[in-house]
Design a protein around this ligand. Structure first.
Ligand code: GDP
Length: 461
């Protein structure tokens, strides 16, 4: 019978909590929490700084660092001891799984943080797009002594991509101040700050959402605590924030709107893994809308696979529910786990079964082009989703307000805005307003938002 053939929603006992109500009522007692992604040119000190943050906040132990230092010294790379903390991440060690976007948690006196680490191997840019689209804050690491090559290289691309995926707040770590000549040169800090601020504001970051902090990730000065007072560093102690206090300031202003809590559950899947024998299939991601609780029936799109929430972790601790804005790991159960495993992919949308997202195979995006854009094959990035597709027609050039400037252009020159129709090679669980980045041959061609959806349908492609 059809009842036997159609998949059934597996049952997990639910408490049927009114999560929105509980969350709103407990707002005053909650510590601020924020996730950040670390971006910047290779060798400017990103890994070292992250290792430093984890060490100085007690998230990793000095004895672990000492062990890394011993190994690193034996290999003639003593200065990389802190950076190694990131390579052998807690996630990978404890779970024995490899994830593309590792999460490292640490807490300060006033807030809880998650570092989203997209390791810098060959697929760095797609992973960075994924990481940045889950983050509340970007930490841009700039080697103060490499001003020119830094701002010309990956720094520029990362800043552009961070803004393209909707990141608004940025802390600039003006790093390696210990290595400046003279060390902790205030003029150098000022000129680097000016240069970086210019890049950021030109890219569309609001001045109020940019904080610049002089620091040294290597020896820890002005990361968690100001440098020991001396003639050289007095200006730092007197005038500026530490990296941590800058992050805390931003964390205090990340709050979830009740509107997004009341929407249907949406979570883009960023990683899929086996957490343990108890949890054969687990997924992680950031809840972009709604709430989720244990026992809740969910549907994964575009495959329409059904599953239920067996357990939820936030910052590696079990919880009964989670809400929009939080990064979570959801442990799933399904009638046919193998089928679920086969059909669920990174970039899929996990939705409430009462209202799963619809899928499309073409959409219109209003975008800003960074490179000349013609009809042709492209790679479409929406958060962690990465799909081959085509720009099928250039509909019109538009001005900043969206007004038509010219219909059916033959080319969209760099720096212009346009409405472009994009067709993707498989069903896309997308929505109006989603951020899109279009790339080809390893270069970013343009970015914008979905401004119109093609024919929608519910169900597998
Ligand atoms: P990443 O490629 O951006 O992750 O950079 P790493 O963290 O691997 O650091 C690259 C090199 O810069 C290593 O040799 C580090 O020891 C060195 N480095 C990192 N931070 C600092 C710093 O604050 N001061 C100095 N002098 N060197 C640093």
């Amino acid at each position: 019978t059809s009842a036997e053939q159609s998949p059934v929603q597996p049952k997990v006992k639910s408490k049927n909590m009114d999560v929105t109500k509980i969350w709103t009522e407990t707002a005053a007692t909650r510590r601020p929490a924020a996730a950040f992604v670390v971006i910047g040119h290779v060798d400017h000190g990103k890994s070292t700084l992250m290792g430093r943050l984890l060490l100085d906040t007690g998230a990793v132990h000095q004895r672990d660092i000492d062990r890394f230092r011993k190994e690193a010294t034996e290999q003639g790379k003593a200065s990389f001891a802190l950076a190694w903390v990131m390579d052998t991440s807690a996630d990978e060690r404890e779970r024995g799984v490899t994830v593309d976007i590792a999460q490292h948690h640490f807490s300060t006196d006033t807030a809880d943080f998650t570092i989203l680490d997209a390791p810098g191997h060959r697929d760095f840019v797609p992973n960075m797009i994924g990481g940045a689209s889950m983050a509340d804050i970007g930490v841009l690491v700039v080697d103060a002594n490499q001003l020119e090559s830094g701002l010309k290289g990956q720094t520029r691309e990362h800043v552009l991509l961070a803004r393209a995926v909707g990141l608004e707040r940025i802390v600039v770590a003006v790093n390696k101040m210990d290595g400046a000549v003279p060390a902790w040169d205030q003029h150098l800090f000022r000129s680097v700050s000016e240069e970086v601020r210019k890049l950021l504001t030109e890219t569309g970051f609001d001045r109020d959402n940019i904080k610049l902090v002089p620091c040294s990730g290597l020896n820890g000065d002005n990361v968690a605590t100001p440098p020991a007072a001396s003639g050289l560093t007095a200006w730092v102690t007197q005038s500026s924030q530490t990296l941590i206090s800058a992050l805390e300031d931003f964390a205090g202003s990340t709050a979830t709107s009740s509107e997004s809590l009341n929407n249907h559950l949406r979570l883009q899947i960023t990683d899929i893994f086996h957490a343990s024998s108890q949890h054969p299939i687990s997924v992680s991601g950031r809840i972009s809308a709604g709430t989720v609780q244990i026992g809740e029936p969910i549907t994964i799109m575009p495959s329409s696979e059904l599953a239920s929430i067996k357990a939820i972790d936030v910052a590696d601790s079990p919880v009964e529910y989670a809400v929009a804005g939080q990064l979570v790991t959801l442990h799933l159960t399904a009638d046919d786990i193998e089928q679920l495993e086969r059909n669920v992919r990174i970039g899929d949308m996990l939705c409430s079964s009462s209202s799963p997202i619809e899928v499309v195979s073409d959409f219109t995006t209003t975008l800003l082009s960074y490179q000349p854009l013609l009809p042709g094959p492209v790679e479409v990035h929406i958060g962690r989703l990465q799909l081959p597709g085509r720009t099928t027609s250039l509909l019109e050039l538009v001005d900043a307000a969206g007004g038509t400037v010219k219909r059916k252009p033959r080319i969209v020159k760099a720096g212009l805005r346009a409405k472009v129709k994009v067709t993707v090679d498989r069903a896309l669980p997308g929505d109006e307003g989603d951020r899109v980045v279009i790339r080809a041959d390893g270069e970013t061609l343009g970015s914008g938002t979905i401004s119109g959806l093609g024919e929608r349908w519910i169900g597998a492609a």
